[in-house]
Design a protein around this ligand. Structure first.
Ligand SMILES: [Zn+2]
Ligand SMILES: [Zn+2]
Length: 92
């Protein structure tokens, strides 16, 4: 069971894309949010069983850079303010 979430920064107004988080119940595919250090966006990527980026899919969706780090503090990648999140859907 996972949730589709959008994060919004109250400070600078940055809004993430819709992010699917959590492993699917009926599918082995897991998603996780990463921060691209090149363009400072949050991107959602498929991961392997260990929550690591897959070798064949480890580029930023936007700039195709490979400096992706796990997004763990839920803070804005641009101004480091705490972001507010909003659930926009559930999936399983
Ligand atoms: Zn911000
Ligand atoms: Zn990027």
């Amino acid at each position: 069971m996972g949730a589709t979430t959008v994060y919004r920064c109250p400070q600078c107004g940055y809004v993430t894309d819709e992010i699917d988080e959590g492993p699917g119940l009926f599918s082995p595919v897991a998603y996780k949010a990463f921060v691209c250090q090149d363009c400072l966006r949050v991107v959602c990527k498929q991961t392997d069983d260990n929550w690591n980026l897959r070798e064949d899919d480890h580029e930023c969706n936007y700039c195709h850079g490979t400096n992706l780090v796990p997004w763990e503090d839920d803070r804005c990648p641009r101004c480091h303010s705490e972001m507010q999140w909003e659930c926009v859907g559930l999936w399983d």
